[in-house]
Design a protein around this ligand. Structure first.
Ligand SMILES: [Zn+2]
Length: 271
């Protein structure tokens, strides 16, 4: 049940992680730890203490994805607890993790967590769905208070949109995100996420139309006028992810694929 999830907040607050990464402990005596978080002594101690307080031991560790604010502590937590690690991409870490695929079920006592492959933020992203309580552990696919970054190369906007519809179809009641507070009106938030991305896509297209060949950053000051300039580099990645989707959808053209140092360039037909 979602009521029984314990959240342990990691000490890594930032613009992108909000107050920090949420680590969750769920289940009865055999606890499942979702996203151990960054490799940090204080956080490791706090997770073990929270497991003790529940009167259980951690026997499984599951990872939503491999980013440095979610995965690294898995190695030491597994060593300390003897837990096995499970994730979509075992090769991205040294925990000898076992592979999880879409639809696989992690069982612990009465608890059943279904792995839901949700590529977009990263290719290896999994959400975990507790169908009994209709709780979605959403990792970085859906956040509360900060926006999920879709970084081209690592992520993909077409996949991201499809993955939002995927979790929408599960009809979760509660979302326990990788960053931010729990969400009790899950359907509303997912609807907002989808609307926000569609609106952004329309804004990106409008800003692109009628320009000579442009790079993603050329659109950022217009699209992110309300945001501090510190977010511009990340915003440019998000804009690029939208542009790549528009290219794939046949709406605009890419005129230059870019390189390690130069961003790709695009051109949009006038409306
Ligand atoms: Zn992430």
């Amino acid at each position: 049940m979602s009521e029984s999830a314990t959240r342990v907040l990691a000490h890594n607050p930032s613009v992108f992680t909000g107050r920090g990464t949420n680590t969750y402990l769920v289940g009865g005596r055999d606890l499942v730890c979702i996203d151990p978080g960054p490799d940090d002594d204080r956080h490791l101690a706090a997770i073990l203490e929270a497991a003790d307080a529940r009167g259980g031991g951690i026997t499984s560790i599951v990872l939503t994805h491999s980013h440095p604010d979610h995965r690294p502590l898995a190695l030491r937590l597994a060593g300390r607890s003897g837990a096995t690690v499970h994730c979509f991409d075992p090769s991205a870490g040294e925990e000898h993790a076992q592979p999880l695929s879409d639809g696989d079920v992690m069982r612990s006592g009465d608890l059943e967590l279904i792995a839901v492959h949700t590529p977009g933020h990263t290719r290896d992203h999994l959400c975990f769905f507790d169908a009994a309580s209709r709780t979605l552990y959403s990792g970085d696919h859906i956040l509360n208070g900060t926006t999920s970054v879709v970084h081209p190369g690592e992520g993909d906007m077409s996949d991201y949109m499809a993955s939002l519809r995927r979790v929408q179809a599960l009809q979760p009641l509660t979302i326990l995100p990788g960053h931010g507070e729990r969400v009790d009106d899950a359907g509303v938030l997912i609807e907002e996420y989808i609307a926000h991305r569609l609106e952004r896509e329309a804004q990106v297209l409008a800003a692109a139309q009628g320009r000579p060949a442009f790079a993603p950053m050329d659109l950022v000051p217009t699209l992110y006028a309300a945001y501090p300039v510190e977010v511009y580099p990340l915003a440019a990645w998000t804009v690029q992810a939208h542009l790549d989707k528009l290219v794939r959808d046949g709406v605009i053209d890419q005129v230059d694929g870019g390189s390690d140092t130069e961003p790709p360039r695009y051109i949009a037909p006038a409306s």
